[in-house]
Design a protein around this ligand. Structure first.
Ligand SMILES: [Zn+2]
Length: 534
């Protein structure tokens, strides 16, 4: 019996070793240097992918061209694609490799309404008036991780390194509309670690509580009955009155909420015309807070106030969940490994033209003199960010549904310097740098960082073991993930269809054609940089 047990232990430990064999760091360092050189040599590929996705300019849930283009590249490079995941037509996962570690690489791909903007031009000049545009820079992150994966894959093949790579897009991040659904439907079940990337204006990573807010995105739909607004207004029950009363109720409620909350709304349906009492009206709220419990309390308050408004107006109300995100919390061991690579790689070398554009844009948007951490804003970043740990206190801020992945799988978010410091965010001015050498250089730098960190994970099993130790024994020790997405709640894939139906055909005329033009700037006839209107 003893012998049998001993044999079992030997078998068990050899299986483990066979799966995750540590490789001498000298060897790993050689591969890292090789992969960084190779990515540096593929700057042209980075530029083409970044410019191409920029030109598609697709809103959340409508990323059809973007997904077709990126999956084609992955398919041609040996990845197997599963399309339409989690009931989202534009969502997919691409897998390559065998066995452990199983590492997910992702980034968002959707853009911002009314953010159409000529790149490289330091004043407002839309490509198409009122059309969507990459005013959040989500055209850069997936090209970045694809480049890393393709170069690391070559080394894995040559050196016969076990491991599986999964590339995936954050669909409809601006609506926080997909990642909690990916988790609910099990797409990250066996993933060992996730590296996510998001455009920023420095090269950095952080771990612990990110200090931001989570949210629920909920639409309230009221129904009353119509009547002639002048002939028989006493017979009408106005759904628009209910929307207005709900908003008044919520705005009174603000006084009694914690200062960390953020809540905002848009009226999605305010009726058809003034002489018809609106029988239908809807309002769409984002309720944001720092913890699950506080978000849940706001959600419940919202429902109560909506019911009160319905009671006052003799209308009925229904609500539906359109999106959600947990507050962010990121992994320590992966962030530390990544930060070592960040220090080796450093920031890109900016040209005079890059700096001229950055300073002109900062003047244009009236950028603050310092960022929220007190760093001076003056042109592009020249000094690396430090590795930041948990935020001790925060007044709250925006949300990203990458948090829903991060509460289930050890995850970090690499911020890479493809944009200009001091821009307002979710704005056409945030699109100016996103198809210029600034974006291209930031992507190559970020891609090297992801690739080097992948080599670390493939060669040093301790990084992932420590990552799970942190995940299980620190991050989720007292806080347990509980999704707002209940079984049966569908993703809100109908969002943005009307806007893309309107602008899709017009945007097509401006898709980047790399067979004819060296860059999208060249295709658009833009002198880089264009600082003033002629
Ligand atoms: Zn974003």
């Amino acid at each position: 019996m003893k012998l049998f047990l001993a044999a079992l232990i030997v078998i068990a430990s050899t299986t483990l070793i066979a799966q995750q064999k540590p490789i001498p760091s000298t060897k790993a360092d050689v591969w890292k240097k090789e992969v960084m050189t190779n990515i540096g040599n593929r700057a042209k590929d980075a530029q083409v992918m970044v410019d191409m996705v920029f030109s598609f300019a697709e809103l959340g849930f409508q990323e059809t061209e973007t997904s077709a283009y990126l999956t084609k590249i992955l398919e041609e490079n040996g990845f197997t694609i599963e399309r339409g995941i989690a009931g989202i037509p534009t969502a997919w996962i691409a897998k390559w490799g065998n066995g452990k570690p199983f590492i997910a690489l992702g980034s968002d791909v959707d853009c911002i309404p009314k953010a159409s903007q000529m790149p490289g031009v330091a004043y407002k000049q839309p490509i198409i008036e009122d059309a969507p545009g990459h005013g959040e820079g989500h055209n850069s992150g997936l090209p970045l991780v694809i480049l890393s994966a393709l170069e690391v894959k070559k080394i894995m093949e040559r050196e016969k390194l076990p491991g599986t790579l999964m590339i995936w897009p954050g669909i409809a991040e601006e609506l926080v509309g997909s990642k909690a659904w990916y988790i609910r439907d099990g797409y990250f079940k066996n993933v060992d670690a996730c590296i996510f990337t998001h455009v920023g204006s420095n090269l950095g990573v952080s771990w612990g509580d990110a200090g931001n807010n989570g949210l629920v995105s909920v639409e309230f739909m009221f129904e009353g009955s119509s009547a002639h607004s002048a002939g028989a207004p006493w017979r009408g029950k106005s759904a628009l009155d209910a929307v207005e009363l709900m908003n008044i109720g919520w705005n009174y409620k603000r006084e009694h909420l914690k200062p960390t909350q953020r809540s905002h709304y848009v009226v999605t349906d305010g009726g058809d015309q003034p002489n018809v009492v609106p029988s239908k009206a809807s309002v769409w709220y984002y309720f944001r807070e720092r913890t699950y419990e506080d978000i849940k309390a706001m959600y419940d308050d919202g429902i109560r106030i909506a019911n009160g408004a319905a009671l006052m107006t003799q209308t009925t109300v229904k609500h539906r969940l359109l999106g959600t995100a947990w507050p962010g919390h990121f992994n320590k061991s992966i962030a530390e490994a990544m930060y070592k690579n960040i220090q080796t790689i450093g920031l890109p070398t900016w040209s005079n033209e890059d700096q001229q554009l950055a300073k002109a844009v900062q003047k244009l948007v009236n950028a603050p003199k310092k960022d929220q951490r007190g760093n001076t804003i003056d042109g592009l970043a020249l000094k690396l960010d430090t590795l930041n740990g948990p935020v001790q206190f925060s007044w709250g801020s925006g949300s990203d549904d990458i948090a829903d992945i991060a509460w289930n799988v050890p995850t970090v978010v690499l911020r890479f310097p493809s944009n200009i410091p001091g821009t307002p965010g979710h704005n056409w001015a945030d699109a100016i740098a996103m198809a210029t050498p600034i974006a291209h250089k930031g992507v190559v730098t970020g891609s090297k960082t992801v690739a080097a960190t992948l080599i670390d994970m493939l060669t040093n099993p301790k990084i992932i073991a420590d990552a799970w130790d942190y995940h299980n024994n620190v991050q989720t020790k007292d806080v347990k993930y509980n999704s707002f997405v209940e079984p049966g709640v569908p993703p809100a894939t109908f969002l943005n269809t009307k806007i893309m139906d309107q602008f899709g055909p017009k945007l097509k005329a401006f898709y980047y054609d790399p067979s004819k033009y060296k860059s999208y700037l060249e295709q658009l006839g833009i002198q880089y940089p264009t600082l003033e209107k002629k």
